[in-house]
Design a protein around this ligand. Structure first.
Ligand SMILES: *Cc1c(COP(=O)(O)O)cnc(C)c1O
Length: 389
């Protein structure tokens, strides 16, 4: 473990916003993976991780990918999103949520969010549906679930596909169901900024419909039936469909396996920091000085993020500068996609932007990462209070 210690070194004076989780189990797994790679075609870690997720999530197939962005692209291919289709999603999300579908020729219909969770407002979706609508893409912000009951019911009524961008939501759930397993396909991220990491970049495609398994395997094997060949079902493999290289490498999978092993300690550490923020900032909420995220009934979050909302953009920016002057890195988050250059080109906002823009302008994320120490948490809390008192 000694050789990884330099990664833990913290500059004394700054509190970073994020740190990739390093648990101490990674080195052993990486050395083991290196040895395995001496034998050709080893997929031991990949298979181990995929089987673990299939069991843990209770999904029909879990396929590790190079990133959540790739998983969303896979979903768009797998569900045959094409030119002329419209896809409904919130504007308050990451670019990949939209790009994956725009790349297949779809147009995006953005709808407003709910201010309490920053998630798509399920009551605004129906008005955005027309005869070209094919899919609803939800994004569970901060690992807090969208109202999946309302959304699945609406999708059923209008025969629409539901895709879950569960990038931030590993180990979070909706009425006990893991996020990413409720729609047809879900996508999770193991980017270094997420709760579990595969060493920098990585993702998971969650397939929930058994009818999609075979094609999902073909798409991530470059459009070939190589998987059937490796299973001995066909005697040679060939090009059968669209596809790309959507496979995670063994080194990343080994890193991820170490994190899976240490998931409880990562989760506990993040939860404790989240709880401390909630407790220590409660009075500021009661006094109406700030707002914090809320957790509607049925949601069980994963302490992915702790954000506060200030009065408006100018107060938010002043807080950000104040924290920065005290060595604390606290960033805002998404610029609404519908206002961006590409968003205007490839999509439109349906209905009134009542909350998307104004709420995103008020939001500030506080540092929260595995092994953030109590001094650092205290420093953030003190600085936030000093600014507001
Ligand atoms: C992080 C993130 C992504 C992208 O994940 P990558 O693994 O970096 O491609 C997509 N959507 C949301 C909501 C995210 O937070």
């Amino acid at each position: 473990m000694k050789r990884l210690d330099f990664l833990m070194l913290e500059e004394q004076d700054t509190v970073p916003f994020n740190r990739m989780p390093i648990t101490g189990y990674e080195e052993e797994q990486l050395i083991y993976a290196l040895n395995l790679l001496k034998s050709p075609h080893s997929k031991e870690h990949l298979n181990r991780c995929q089987e673990w997720f299939e069991k843990e999530l209770g999904c029909v197939r879990a396929l590790l990918t190079p990133s959540c962005t790739h998983s969303l692209e896979m979903a768009a291919l797998l569900l045959d999103i094409q030119e002329g289709d419209e896809v409904i999603m919130p504007s308050y999300t990451f670019v990949s949520t939209a790009n994956a579908f725009v790349m297949r020729g779809a147009r995006i219909t953005f709808v407003d969010i709910r201010p309490d969770t920053m998630n798509i407002d399920e009551t605004k979706i129906e008005a955005a549906i027309n005869e070209r609508t094919r899919a609803i893409v939800v994004m569970h912000y901060a690992g807090v679930a969208c109202d999946m009951d309302a959304i699945m019911e609406l999708a059923g009524k209008h025969k629409l596909i539901v895709i879950e961008d569960a990038a931030q939501s590993v180990m979070a759930s909706w009425h006990g169901r893991p996020l990413g397993t409720i729609g047809a396909v879900g996508a999770i991220s193991f980017h270094e900024t997420k709760n579990l990491s595969s060493g920098g970049e990585g993702g998971l495609t969650i397939v929930n419909n058994p009818a999609l398994i075979e094609r999902a395997e073909i798409i991530c094997e470059k459009g070939t039936n190589r998987k059937s060949f490796l299973n001995g079902e066909v005697d040679k493999y060939s090009w059968v469909d669209l596809g790309s290289s959507y496979l995670m490498n063994e080194i990343s999978a080994a890193f991820l396996w170490a994190q899976i092993t240490a998931r409880d300690q990562i989760y506990a550490s993040r939860m404790a920091i989240h709880d401390t923020y909630s407790k220590e900032l409660r009075d500021l909420c009661t006094d109406g000085r700030i707002e914090v995220q809320s957790f509607p009934p049925g949601t069980s979050h994963n302490a992915h993020m702790f954000y506060i909302k200030l009065r408006d953009m100018s107060e938010r920016n002043a807080m950000m500068r104040w924290l920065n002057s005290r060595g604390i890195k606290a960033p805002f988050h998404y610029h609404p996609l519908h206002s961006s250059q590409a968003g205007r080109k490839f999509g439109r906002f349906n209905g009134v932007d009542r909350y998307t823009t104004t709420e995103s302008e008020r939001l500030l994320r506080l540092p929260l990462f595995y092994k953030m120490n109590s001094n650092q948490v205290e420093r953030v809390i003190t600085a936030v209070k000093e600014f507001l008192l």
